[in-house]
Structure formats: C-alpha cells, structure tokens
Design a protein around this ligand. Structure first.
Ligand code: HEC
Length: 106
C-alpha cells in the first residue's frame, strides 16, 4: 500500500472507532465465561508455540482482523477446526474477552 493510502486507511479506522460506542455483537457477553473458556481450551498454549511469550502476540490489533464480526468469525473458525464444541454464546464470550484485552474495537 502507498504511504498516502495507508494514512487514509488509518484515519478512516480512527473515525470508525470513535463513531461507535461499543461493538453491539458483544453486548451482554459473559466475559467471565469467555476467560474461562480461553483457559480451558488452551488457546494460548498453541499460540505460544507459534509466537512465544504468553502467546498474546498472535492477536494483532490493526492486522487482518478489522471488525468485531471478523474477530468473532475467527474464533468460530477455531472452534470448528479444533472441534472445541463451543456454543454460539461461548464463541461470542471468547471473542468479547479477546476484544476487551487485545483488539479493543469500540
Ligand atoms: C492448534 C493450535 C491453535 C489453537 C489450539 C488455537 N489457535 Fe488460534 N491461532 C493459531 C495459529 C497458528 C494462528 C495464526 C494464523 C495465521 O496467522 O494465519 C492463530 C490465530 C488466531 C487468531 C487471529 C489473530 C490475529 O489477529 O490475526 C485468533 C483470534 C485466534 N487464533 C483465536 C483462538 C482461540 C480463541 C483459541 C481457543 C479457543 C485458539 N485460537 C486456539 C493456532 C491455534
């Protein structure tokens, strides 16, 4: 991407962030459950193998995951691929915790 376009994209992202108060898809999500599921399914164990540290470097705010819905979709994909058997509200809870701690979509 050219520097000018990059700057435009960043500006646009900032506008989007300030315009909306809270990702509505995470409203009412059970954050306690989400944190518990993240630990239970050892999400960070595998991520650590890939990126080191506590594994949280795998979560890249400003990377290809650019919307709350995309984030939730990524967790859903892990759920399916890894055969974790999480219910839709579990997936939402996990994504909401990742959003609170890492992605911080507003
Ligand atoms: C078997 C290993 C493994 C497990 C278990 C695993 N992941 Fe991942 N995860 C990966 C790898 C590898 C990537 C990086 C994929 C890439 O960059 O293309 C990734 C990437 C991600 C991303 C995207 C990060 C970003 O910003 O691009 C999210 C979100 C994520 N994982 C969530 C989870 C959650 C939630 C769990 C547990 C329920 C989990 N993962 C369990 C291997 C794993």
């Amino acid at each position: 991407m050219k520097p000018m376009m990059m700057a435009a994209a960043v500006t646009l992202a900032t506008w989007t962030l300030t315009a909306v108060a809270e990702p509505s898809i995470f409203k009412g999500a059970d954050l306690k459950l989400g944190a518990q599921l993240l630990a239970e399914h050892k999400c960070s164990t595998c991520h650590t193998r890939r990126v080191g540290g506590d594994g949280s470097a795998i979560y890249k705010p400003g990377g290809r995951i650019s919307t709350p819905a995309f984030l939730r979709g990524m967790v859903e994909q892990c759920n399916t691929e890894l055969n974790l058997g999480m219910f839709p509200e579990d997936v939402t809870a996990v994504a909401a915790v990742l959003n609170r701690d890492h992605y911080k979509f507003k």
